[in-house]
Design a binder for this molecule. Structure first.
Ligand code: ADP
Length: 162
């Protein structure tokens, strides 16, 4: 059983994340999309909201599971009996941080590999951060996120009436 963990903030999930999930699902028996809970890093969406959106928009494949974790990724990966961790690489700018993380994680848990997948080119400029920024300023994000995520963003940034 080859199980891979796809960890991240997913605040919120974008079409770029979905691209990585789909690619990972063809390579592994199970993909555990795992929302990192981090008290220091308050997101726009709560972990529960992020999980709900992930459940709603993730491909309905039997080998995709949504989870959350707190603490060290490698501890979680070990408990899940994962073979590997997958991360998305968009551009050279992602590389340095990911390289450091991957090598540190290997020190912590030599049995679990980190693998990198590149999304389709059209997603290489996409990040949750930039999507939130566009939505906050009232821009149209429908090309970058699933319909229900766009709706959730509109709701978050809606100016209170009255
Ligand atoms: P982080 O928690 O590190 O800020 P995210 O939660 O946004 O990262 O994303 C989790 C993972 O998904 C990371 O490996 C990130 O590189 C990857 N990722 C994010 N957006 C994209 C995208 N548009 N295409 C491919 N991978 C992406």
């Amino acid at each position: 059983m080859r199980r891979v963990i796809y960890p991240g903030s997913f605040d919120p999930i974008t079409n770029g994340h979905l691209d990585v999930i789909n690619r990972a699902a063809t390579l592994f028996d199970e993909v555990v999309v795992s929302v990192a809970f981090n008290e220091q890093k308050q997101g726009l969406f709560s972990v529960d909201e992020r999980m709900a959106l992930l459940r709603e928009v993730s491909p309905k494949l039997p080998n995709i599971r949504i989870a959350q974790f707190e603490g060290l990724l490698m501890d979680f990966a070990r408990r899940q009996e994962a073979t590997a961790v997958v991360r998305g690489l968009r551009a050279v700018s992602d590389f340095e941080f990911e390289f450091q993380m991957a090598l540190m994680n290997r020190k912590l848990e030599p049995q679990i590999e980190t693998i990198f997948l590149m999304p389709a080119e059209k997603y290489t400029y996409l990040s949750s951060r930039i999507v939130k920024e566009i939505a906050r300023l009232g821009g149209d994000v429908s090309a970058f996120v699933p319909v229900s995520v766009a709706a959730a963003l509109r709701e978050k940034f809606a100016t209170p009436k009255g």
